[in-house]
Design a protein around this ligand. Structure first.
Ligand code: SF4
Length: 319
């Protein structure tokens, strides 16, 4: 069962956290300007991505598209090629769609109304809360992976963090703990605490500004939290990337407009089980799917790539 909030002094907790953040916050480029656009851009990039990974992409984007008007005029291919390597490419597509909607429907300003914000492509509860609190100082509590960990430890949450009901309870506690006077800084502070102090391994409790409120610290059980059941196992797929050369030209095909890596260009792919990897089968599949006839040769080097839910193995095949 989730613990009750009344066990800690809310105002003291907020002050400890906010004072620590004021003195220790990292210097990040999107914190340098008091404008909504850098916050919006960085929050989209930071979805499921750590600051260190997002930082070089943010710098490239802000240089190429210094404001919402410039971004709204970009093509999808331009945005995707600048995003290449950051992953979760639907974010890049949604970023562009949202930029265009903001310019045409909201006079080039991020909407203040949370209902309108949540209707923008790629803006979920987390991003809307982060942007509205940081930009407009509106009282919406953010809960990301870092906040789940901090809250789980602060309250020694005994329930599985993967469960919907546990996540809802943590959102509720976060809503209650939020500073209504300074929600933007409070949200940034709690996320920063999770990123730099209350880390997954080796939480730096000695430097923690809210150590006196922490149940896990009191019990010396910091690493026990958050309680998390095992992740579902990933689907394993073997893809054969067909490298088809004609003189000096290579054949590429475009992926479907929705799903994994939507609309990306790639070598033609055959999806087969390991036991079926035989030249004749590859050749007949190649003919059936792409209408191409040729003698295939498996090339030795295999490449693996892991997504959150599938584990892909690419076996190059030369034709
Ligand atoms: S005392 Fe340690 S475990 Fe508790 S919130 Fe601070 S860093 Fe995390």
């Amino acid at each position: 069962m989730m613990p009750k909030l009344k066990s800690i002094d809310k105002i003291q907790f907020q002050n400890s956290l906010l004072n620590w953040f004021k003195k220790n916050k990292r210097s990040l480029p999107w914190r340098e300007q008091a404008h909504w656009y850098p916050v919006f851009l960085s929050e989209i990039m930071l979805q499921q991505t750590q600051v260190d990974q997002a930082l070089p992409y943010y710098v490239k984007f802000i240089k190429r598209y210094p404001n919402i008007h410039a971004l709204s005029k970009a093509t999808e291919q331009e945005v995707l090629s600048l995003w290449a390597g950051l992953g979760y490419y639907s974010r890049a597509r949604n970023l562009l769609k949202t930029a265009r909607i903001i310019v045409t429907d909201y006079q080039a300003k991020f909407p203040r109304d949370i209902k309108q914000a949540l209707m923008l492509p790629g803006i979920g509860k987390y991003s809307a809360s982060a942007i509205l609190s940081i930009v407009y100082n509106l009282p919406y509590a953010v809960v990301d992976g870092n906040v789940y960990r901090v809250m789980s430890r602060l309250f020694a949450v005994p329930d599985d963090i993967r469960l919907n009901k546990t996540q809802k309870s943590i959102q509720k506690i976060s809503d209650q703990l939020l500073s209504n006077i300074d929600p933007g800084n409070y949200n940034e502070a709690i996320m920063e605490l999770g990123a730099v102090i209350c880390k997954k391994q080796n939480p730096d409790c000695i430097k923690c500004p809210v150590q006196t409120f922490c149940e896990a610290f009191k019990k010396n059980e910091q690493l026990r939290y958050p309680i998390k059941s095992a992740a579902p196992s990933k689907r394993k797929i073997t893809h054969h990337a067909l490298i088809i050369v004609n003189k000096e030209a290579y054949l590429f095909v475009q992926r479907p407009a929705s799903g994994l890596l939507a609309s990306f260009w790639e070598f033609p792919i055959l999806e087969m089980k390991k036991k079926d990897i035989k030249d004749e089968l590859l050749e007949s599949e190649l003919k059936k799917i792409y209408g191409i006839e040729g003698k295939v040769t498996l090339k030795g080097d295999v490449f693996r790539h892991q997504y959150s839910h599938i584990d892909l193995t690419y076996q190059p095949v030369i034709i």
